[in-house]
Design a protein around this ligand. Structure first.
Ligand code: BJW
Length: 224
């Protein structure tokens, strides 16, 4: 069996599917202040504003189609003679819709609802409201199943375990500005993995190799 491949993806993977990245000049954070929509405090202060932001994101994600980069990663996972762990910071489901399996969504999923009273999770309605009752406890504390700033990303133990059992770390379309994901390439190097970045523009972090270009070109080229 071949050595394991650990793939970390970010917003650049879905950019050519029409989903905006966060920190580009035309990115989401140009129109929406992080402090207003992506923190638990924002949700406490103005839940309807936060729900509107994620209702919009959910509609955009549902309308988007997987691109050649998502499809290449799903094919790699299916064809490669070893484990391919797909960890994404993205909250869309485009990897799953291209056939990828067991995608680790470390920042949650815009397609999911979470009850902040009992932690029950269920499929989000397209138009989510705080007043929607939780199907498990009946309380009306419904929020998007998203990891906001100051919250602990999901599946950290599984991520650490996959990193320790891989030989190659590949970062795709992420600026490396947000921790803990931003620290994974350094952790990988310390664990002795080879590291590769595929990005429209190099993030500036240290990698053994960097290939610059749009994900729909560089990811299929790398996979084939
Ligand atoms: C293309 C392309 C194309 C474009 N082809 N490429 C001070 C120091 C250090 C840390 C902290 C600090 N103060 C606070 C922190 C912690 C904080 C943090 O990192 N803040 C920084 C801003 C400094 N982090 C947290 O709070 C996290 N939690 C945490 O740390 O808990 C503590 C803990 C951790 C672990 C164990 C125990 C305890 C939570 C972070 C939650 C992030 N949430 C968001 C929003 C929610 C999801 C959503 O709404 O979608 O997640 S923020 C946003 O950034 C989103 C993304 O997933 C995340 C990363 O962004 P990404 O994907 O990199 O996008 P961009 O826009 O930045 O970059 C796009 C890239 O694509 C670029 O590189 C382009 O070149 C490229 N690209 N087109 C290929 N066609």
């Amino acid at each position: 069996m071949a050595g394991g491949i650990f793939i970390l993806s970010g917003a650049g993977l879905s950019a050519e599917s029409g989903l905006r990245t966060f920190r580009a000049a035309d990115g989401l954070w140009e129109d929406h202040r992080v402090e207003d929509v992506a923190t638990p405090e924002a949700f406490e202060r103005d839940p309807e504003l936060v729900q509107r932001f994620y209702n919009m994101r959910r509609a955009q994600a549902a309308a988007a189609m997987p691109n050649a980069a998502h499809e290449a990663l799903a094919k790699l996972q299916a064809d490669y003679d070893g484990p391919v762990t797909l960890v994404t910071q993205n909250v869309d489901d485009l990897l799953e819709r291209s056939g990828a399996r067991e995608v680790i969504h470390m920042h949650g999923s815009v397609m999911g609802a979470l009850c902040s009273a009992c932690d029950h999770r269920w499929a989000a309605p397209m138009e989510m409201r705080v007043s929607d009752p939780c199907p498990s406890c009946g309380m009306s504390h419904t929020r998007p199943d998203i990891v906001w700033f100051g919250e602990i990303p999901y599946h950290m133990d599984a991520i650490q375990n996959a990193l320790e059992n891989s030989d190659l770390f590949v970062s795709i379309g992420t600026s490396g500005m947000v921790y803990p994901a931003a620290g994974f390439s350094q952790m990988a190097r310390q664990l002795g993995l080879k590291t590769l970045e595929l990005n429209l523009e190099a993030s500036g972090a240290m990698f053994d190799a960097v290939i610059e270009g749009p994900a729909t070109q560089v990811v299929p080229d790398w996979v084939s």
